[in-house]
Design a protein around this ligand. Structure first.
Ligand code: PBG
Length: 333
């Protein structure tokens, strides 16, 4: 054939492929999510093989290991004892609570690691919602934000580098930004869960923290989060959320879940000049692990290909439970 253009020329050797490769993964791209609890032992999460609820000593070791592998940021999630859960989730701003305690210890032991937190009421609420639930089952927006502000300030005071509002209340980024600034935390950043969808992919996470919506015999509790998390059918709406978060002072915009929402990652990356993050969530992790344990897929190849797809779609940062494994594989290359 008399072809002038032959794309295969640029795929011929390793060297040429490396020359023209557009995207690369680095351990510094990852934000590693960690679960913690009040117990003095570590406990594997049954639906998330390889992921644990850590005690403080285990946490320090795991975070040191992540640092050594090249990971530069972690995010903490608390499994709160049932006895501490209330309708207003007030344990979330207890200065002596699990998250502030863990941040203080980590900042002492591994001060160079950046720490991100999650702001929402669900791990602390006996109703299992991200916001306050009124007697008719309505999730209250403005009243919830008053509590989230206290939660964010408590985390900042403990030493958090980034606050991560995951609650999807309207106006929370601006309210938290102002509250942080008034308290003197203008250097603390906000990684906003900007386009967070109402997704079945959060299932294993909710079992890990026992944070799913629960029955309350006093009132009606919606069994899903659809009045605040986004409808999976929508994409243009994500641009409204990102315009708002950017205007309200978010430093980094996040999309969640990840794999099924790469179109949203791409849209935000062309729409905004802020760094984009994507959350490769618990359900995505568990599906890969399950198939790998059955030897139906090659775990390493699938994980690295999946994580690379986030970079290709325009994300700089990837929150992923595969962070340590992936970093190890990248360092071996
Ligand atoms: C809490 C929160 C959730 C996740 C992160 N923060 C669960 C939810 O909204 O129900 C999910 C993370 C994952 O599935 O890995 N607001």
């Amino acid at each position: 054939m008399n072809l002038i253009i032959r794309p295969r020329r640029l795929r011929r050797t390793d060297a040429i492929r490396e020359m023209v490769r557009e995207n690369h993964l680095h351990p510094q791209d990852f934000i590693y999510p960690l679960f913690i609890h009040e117990k003095d032992f570590q406990e594997e999460i049954s639906a998330m093989p390889g992921i644990y609820r850590w005690d403080m000593n285990g946490l320090i070791k795991e975070v040191s290991r992540a640092w050594e592998l090249g990971i530069r940021c972690i995010v903490l999630f608390p499994k709160i004892d049932d006895s501490l859960k209330t309708e207003d989730g007030s344990e979330c701003f207890n200065e002596a609570g699990l998250i502030p305690k863990a941040i203080r210890i980590l900042k002492k032991e591994i001060p160079e690691m950046a720490i991100m937190t999650d702001v929402a009421l669900d791990p602390y609420s006996c109703d299992g919602h991200d916001g306050l639930v009124d007697d008719n089952g309505k999730i209250l927006n403005d009243e919830t934000i008053e509590i989230l502000k206290k939660q964010a300030i408590t985390q900042a005071r403990a030493g958090a580098d980034f606050i991560g509002p995951s609650d999807m209340m309207d106006g929370r980024v601006g309210a938290i930004r102002t509250a942080l600034d008034i308290e003197g935390f203008s250097d603390v950043g906000i990684i906003s869960y900007t386009a967070k969808f109402s997704s079945a992919y959060y299932g294993p996470f909710r079992t890990a923290l026992d944070s799913a919506p629960k029955e309350n015999n006093r009132k009606i509790i919606p069994d899903n989060k659809s009045t605040y998390q986004m409808d999976p059918a929508n994409s243009r709406e994500a641009l409204i959320e990102s315009a708002l978060d950017q205007y309200e002072g978010a430093d980094i915009l996040m999309v969640k879940p990840g794999v099924s929402y790469l179109d949203i990652v791409y849209r935000l990356s062309t729409f905004s000049n802020k760094p984009i993050a994507a959350y490769n969530v618990s359900g995505e992790y568990s599906m890969v692990k399950a198939a790998a344990m059955k030897n139906w897929i090659n775990e390493k190849d699938i994980v690295l290909e999946t994580l690379l797809s986030f970079k290709r779609a325009g994300a700089k940062l990837i929150l992923t439970y595969h962070a340590c494994d992936a970093s190890k594989w990248l360092n071996e290359k």
